[in-house]
Write a protein that binds this ligand. Sequence first.
Ligand SMILES: [Zn+2]
Length: 154
Amino acid sequence: MSRICSQCKTKYNDDAVYCNLCDIDLDDTNSFLKIDVENINNTLTKARSTTKRIHYAIATLNIIAVLFLYGISIYNEHTLRDREWLILLAGTCIAAIHLLAAYGLSLKKQWGRFLSIFIGIYLLIGFPIGTILGFIIIKNMFRHEWKHDSLTIQ
Ligand SMILES: [Zn+2]
């Protein structure tokens, strides 16, 4: 349990009694927010890692599919048509976007979360597996602990 000054949001140890910055007594129950920073941190770390796993899984599947299709075309000495290149390009882009979102989450950046939400909504269309994965991402990215995210970033 940590103490957060209600005025300046500075984080203090549990035994802190005074905020030097605001000149207020932290023992006054109204002067600090009762926020369990460690607990929020754990919850958000879990939410990030679950979402990252989904991103990695989808990116891996797309990369395998692209390499597989490209491999088949080489094996069959088949010259790819424009539309086929487009499919390979789309698969590569999807993989890249998922990896980018996972990277943003690793850096604990807000854009990583927003990109994941965007992807999650998009995944909902892909019934049934996409819908399930999209739902899991959205659920994790909208946990109420996210509103305290700035407190957990050291
Ligand atoms: Zn303060």
